[in-house]
Design a protein. Structure first.
Length: 276
């Protein structure tokens, strides 16, 4: 992955905070480890290793959460959340609501989501004339897909009955909601990259609020259509946001290492006496 800067003369910030600044002890430790890997290999290799390591952590956490969920579902009534949510979704159905939810399902489905991910990532890459945005957005999408497949393989949960659902009908295992994981992962990373380009707080708030509303709408649409149980959607939100946090953290580490490298090069040039 190649280097990106928010602006040649401006620090990359989100809501006034330089994303290359690490105030917590774990954050500073991560930055040091990442910088050492960069020195021994390259920024791209360090970022790739960071994504792999983060993906393993999120995948293991997801598998553990799914296992716990499966263990307690019947005994402690976790599914008591599902039936009321489905009944509410059925009451909210209307021709307009069903059409909107169906459009969302297609946009964030197996065909629409990869096209959206690659299209948005490519647009950001072309605008910045760097491949890095495309790489990180693609990583968000690929990771969310892998976690969806992992969850469905671990728990073969049946979807709500077709008599309680509205088209388009789904036939794969219900848990977790792939649409929701994809939306939470990709839209959060896209929002983060767009916020880095904003220079006004109003723009940052608008991007963040828009992404949050869209993520919420995708999850709600799955319950409204009867395509998923509510707990499928909740796991999609938590897993997707967890993976997006990993991708964003690696991107911040990448920017931090890049700044350190440029500062070192600048210092070396300044220390070199001019040739007379």
């Amino acid at each position: 992955m190649s280097t990106i800067e928010a602006h040649p003369d401006e620090a990359p910030t989100t809501f006034g905070k330089d994303v290359r600044t690490w105030t917590s002890r774990p954050g500073r430790s991560l930055a040091r480890v990442h910088r050492r890997i960069v020195h021994r290999s390259s920024p791209g290799t360090a970022s790739t290793l960071g994504l792999v390591a983060g993906g393993v952590v999120v995948a293991v956490s997801t598998a553990a959460a799914i296992t716990i969920y499966d263990d307690v579902t019947g005994r402690f009534g976790v599914q008591r959340l599902d039936a009321p949510a489905l009944r509410l979704g059925k009451r909210l159905r209307s021709p307009w609501a069903n059409t909107a939810a169906g459009t969302i399902a297609r946009l964030f489905g197996p065909v629409g989501m990869p096209l959206l991910t690659l299209g948005a990532g490519s647009a950001l890459a072309l605008r910045r004339r760097r491949l890095e945005p495309l790489g990180f957005v693609t990583a968000a999408g690929a990771g969310s897909l892998a976690m969806t497949l992992l969850g469905k393989q671990l728990i073969h949960r049946n979807r709500p009955p077709h008599r309680d659902a509205a088209p388009p009908y789904e036939h794969s295992p219900s848990f977790p909601s792939g649409h929701t994981i994809n939306a939470a992962s990709v839209m959060t990373v896209l929002a983060y990259l767009l916020v880095l380009r904003q220079r006004r707080r109003s723009g940052e708030v608008a991007v963040a609020a828009g992404a949050g509303a869209l993520i919420a709408a995708v999850g709600a649409s799955r319950v409204l259509l009867g395509a998923h149980w509510f707990t499928d959607v909740v796991m999609g939100w938590t897993t997707g946001l967890g993976w997006a946090t990993t991708v964003i953290t690696v991107h911040r580490l990448h920017l931090t290492a890049t700044r350190r490298t440029k500062e070192a090069v600048s210092e070396n040039r300044s220390a070199t006496p001019p040739i007379s």
